[in-house]
Design a protein around this ligand. Sequence first.
Ligand SMILES: Nc1nc2c(ncn2[C@@H]2O[C@H](COP(=O)(O)OP(=O)(O)OP(=O)(O)O)[C@@H](O)[C@H]2O)c(=O)[nH]1
Ligand SMILES: [Mg+2]
Length: 636
Amino acid sequence: MAHPLKSVIVGTAGHIDHGKSSLVEALTGTHPDRLEEEKRRGITIDLGFAFLEESGVRFGFVDVPGHERFVGNMLAGAAGIDVVVLVIAADESIKPQTREHFDICRLLGIKRGLVALTKTDLVDRETLELVHLELEDFLRGSFLEDAPIVPVSAKSGEGLTELKQALVLEAQQVAGKDSQRNFRLPIDRAFAVKGFGSVVTGTLISGHVSPGEEVELFPGGLKLRVRGVESGGQRVDRAEAGQRTAVNLAGIDHHALERGMTLAEPSRFRATRRLDVKLRLLSNVRKLKNHALVHFHAGSFETMAEVALFERSELSAGEDSFAQLRLRQSVLVLPGDPFIVRQSSPLITIGGGTVLDALARRPRARETSRREFLLAVERNDRPETLAQLTERALFGLPQPEIAARTGWTDAEIEAAVRSIVVSKRIRLIAAEPPILFTSASFEELLKKISERVERFHKENPLEAGIPREELRATLARRLRPEIFRAALEELAARKKLDLQGEVVKRAGSEISLLPDEVKAKEQIEAAFASAGLAVPSVKEVLSTLAVEARRSEKLLQLLLREKALLRVTPDLIFHRHALAELRAKLAAYKKLKGERISVPTFKDLAGITRKYAIPLLEYLDRERVTRRQGDERVIL
Ligand SMILES: Nc1nc2c(ncn2[C@@H]2O[C@H](COP(=O)(O)OP(=O)(O)OP(=O)(O)O)[C@@H](O)[C@H]2O)c(=O)[nH]1
Ligand SMILES: [Mg+2]
């Protein structure tokens, strides 16, 4: 079986006119400049792309403009690269955009690369050696410190073979992007293709995508179907992380698509305008004041942002700090994503950093946990991050929220959940989807519920217990019903509460009556017991008692709940002995006289008037003791 090709994105970087595009053409055969204006002016304005397969590596080249006015475009391309080729012309050496592009590469956390010392045909040996020395100085202490510096000439072809070899070596060491992670494609171009419709392109930074799949467009959340996929300029069944990718989308006009948007796995993430980040300032820039406005770049996206520094009023050159960025427009970014900030005048790159909390909330005056949380994210300590996320979610953290807030894969989420549940710090509330809740908050809730039930018993001694809904209403309004239910079940399991249908009571609690209540209750029962089937009205019975109406009504309820009395119609209540006797009489009648009985016969048998006979017969019908047949009843 042929070894699958490794896909690696190579990006150029460097000052204007230093030979980036010429080098890409010399390596790939494709001149990356596409625009009419680029050809006319002889400069690169926007990103260009080219492909090369070499020694088992599939290279996707992203060629960027060197012009200082187009650093924004450069940033859109730089975001996805694995290996940078820092292009420096031998006849000019290090220039402003050499520095700025290199700073950007460092801020973006690009890990590998090499230096192409171009236009060697224009300089003599001595100059070349001098520039070489300058470069070594320039690169010292950076990720390119030990990178090869390859002298090349796009004109003479000198050094091209060496450069290719060096690229292959770098590519082999690239960790690569993870195609197992969730699909994300920052869009850097959108256009229409005749006969196909809308197409977007970008560097596939994670996951994979295939025709027929559904994707979500950010911001906005529009769900779209993928009609076709190309990578490296060819139709494929599946594009993978690390590939330049074109996606043909159904059901959307290309005017509705633009650079800065992102395609991602559907129904998993949320766009944001408020981010908590680690922000680092370059060493040679002005101080950054709290609440300064900056240009924010992440992936192919760009907008204005206000910087709220974390517990400080300014950030000096070379320093870093946690900060909150408030963006003017929404974007999909996830924790771990790098970003760049630029200032307005002069328009230069001043710093960058890493997104830590993409769905940050407004900072509160007293919030000690935020630093702890950001530190955990920064360390990439998943269990701690998750535990803190749960602690911050006062009303529980439903599982899908974890994916949206962390960007973790399902497997990563599962592992983190398992680890914190085992540690007993967090409880997993069984629900669909499951909800995480801190054990401390859960215990607090249990305590609160117990107190409320206790108080209810005290204030309502004649009630068996508090109805669930009434209990819930005494707790936080935003408490999720699943957590409430789990808390009740936990208290029942701990034998603290009894759950009886809709009623919650202290375990084993009995109603305790005052002496006058005991007496009144006995009187009520006696009144019905002695009446047999010719019962008095409820009102009549209650009015003779020594306790007031509210309590006597409760006592009646109690007798009904204990089933000493039975309510047959809203106004007719019988003692259970009277009804049992009636049933016995009917059974005896059936044995002696057969199963049919008329209403008059029933009246005689029971010794009652029609007023009682009809409701009682209907009651017996409902109880399936009798069944109506014409004017008669069948005794069952
Ligand atoms: N003599 C010589 N000229 C070169 C070489 N490489 C590029 N050039 C010339 O330098 C000029 C700029 O080259 P580009 O490749 O467009 O430079 P670039 O870095 O892509 O410029 P921007 O994209 O605008 O930043 C062109 O006129 C090229 O023909 C080289 O190795 N030797
Ligand atoms: Mg160019």
